[in-house]
Design a protein around this ligand. Structure first.
Ligand SMILES: NC(=O)c1ccc[n+]([C@@H]2O[C@H](COP(=O)([O-])OP(=O)(O)OC[C@H]3O[C@@H](n4cnc5c(N)ncnc54)[C@H](O)[C@@H]3O)[C@@H](O)[C@H]2O)c1
Length: 356
């Protein structure tokens, strides 16, 4: 029988324990060690999930036999840490965003090519059943011509959340505000479902928090397939409302709300075609007691369940075992960051920005 893959983890703050929980749920994965500059956090994590605690990544890499290391440190350190891991001959899974600067993204891809190690970037919502179903329908061209794709992210983060880590809401380490940190999930899903973004026109502002970066941003998009779209995002919408990904096409529409497919209407499933004024489509009714408007990470950054992370870690294990490619590799991980950097540039220059 093959031995489970041996995992290390760096960064034991909010998201580190979610990875530890995900690893614990996978039979082919074993947590060997965890590192954090705040040693007590590393100790606490291994106290619950097993393994050896370390103060820093370098000594963990030197002392432990590891196959894969997961990077859960502040976003602006992802490149440095991922390159260190790949150069030490280990595969790497990096939390989102892959990095916050273009040069660092390029360096990560260069090191990945040089070392031949595998690089996966967390975008766990690609593994949600609703996202998978809509992506499958896009591949079947079930929506006809895609005309519009929107990502709406009216989330809430308190000032205390931003104050809970010196890196939060800074350009240097968070790389941006609501767009780079919270909305990257939805932006990645939107471009994965709609196809690549060609150009953006955007506004951003900081309206309700004491932070350097934006807490509200809107962008008009043109996709390479000709469709248009909108990203509208904030962390100042109290109490944190449903995230929506909307896809509209000439032969069908889909809406994903908080990871659930709440509307799917395809011409191919109809007995009769829609009339000149279309059809009245009801979204899935809300169950009694259910509160779709204030659930999940829209209101609470710690309310992230480990299931989707486990699916993505399992996808990396598959890629390693089969010598294949992870679903979200470095090239895929870079795309959403490119869109966000282009939005920032457009907001700064008041110009349309075409993506490279
Ligand atoms: N996929 C998701 O849903 C999700 C959710 C939350 C956070 N994230 C991402 O995970 C990363 C971490 O976010 P967080 O909210 O857990 O942050 P956090 O501040 O809670 O945790 C980061 C940890 O890294 C440690 N650290 C900092 N520099 C270090 C270094 N050089 N070496 C070792 N440890 C170091 C800190 O002490 C801290 O414990 C960010 O990139 C964030 O965007 C992803």
């Amino acid at each position: 029988m093959t031995e489970p893959l041996r995992f290390g983890l760096v960064g034991c703050g909010v998201i580190g324990p979610v990875h530890a929980e995900a690893i614990a749920s996978l039979p082919d994965a074993l947590l060997i060690a965890a590192a954090d500059l705040d040693f007590a956090r590393a100790q606490k994590l291994v106290g619950k999930y097993g393994g050896t605690p370390y103060h820093d990544l370098q000594s963990m890499l030197q002392r432990e036999r590891l196959d894969v290391v997961i990077i859960c440190t502040p976003s602006g350190l992802h490149g440095e840490h991922a390159c260190l891991v790949m150069r030490s001959g280990r595969h790497v899974i990096v939390e989102k965003p892959m990095e916050i600067r273009r040069e660092a993204l390029d360096e990560m891809l260069r090191v990945q090519q040089e070392t031949g190690m595998k690089l996966a970037v967390i975008s766990q919502h690609r593994f949600d059943p609703a996202s998978q179903q809509v992506r499958q329908l896009v591949e079947e061209k079930a929506f006809g011509r895609l005309v519009m794709g929107n990502a709406i992210i009216p989330w809430w983060r308190s000032q205390a959340y931003y104050d809970s880590g010196a890196w939060r809401g800074t350009w240097k380490l968070d790389g941006g505000g609501v767009l780079m940190n919270q909305s990257i999930h939805s932006i990645d899903l939107l471009q994965w479902l709609m196809g690549p973004v060609k150009s953006v026109m955007a506004y951003t502002d900081t309206l309700a928090h004491r932070i350097e970066t934006e807490d509200v941003g809107v962008a008009a998009l043109r996709f390479t397939n000709g469709a248009l779209g909108v990203i509208a995002a904030t962390t100042a919408a109290y109490p944190g409302v449903t995230t929506r990904i909307e896809l509209f096409g000439s032969q069908g529409s889909a809406i994903i709300e908080n990871d659930e497919l709440t509307l799917l209407h395809l011409a191919r499933d109809e007995k009769e075609a829609a009339g000149d004024y279309g059809v009245i489509t009801k979204t899935k009714p809300t169950e009694p007691g259910q509160q779709p408007n204030s659930s999940g990470a829209s209101a609470n950054p710690a309310a992230i369940v480990a299931n989707s992370h486990a699916l993505q870690i399992a996808d990396m294990i598959r890629a390693i075992r089969e010598n294949g490619t992870p679903l979200v590799d470095g090239y895929a991980g870079r795309r959403s960051v490119e869109i966000i950097l282009s939005i920032y540039e457009s907001a700064r220059t008041h110009r349309e920005v075409t993506l490279l």
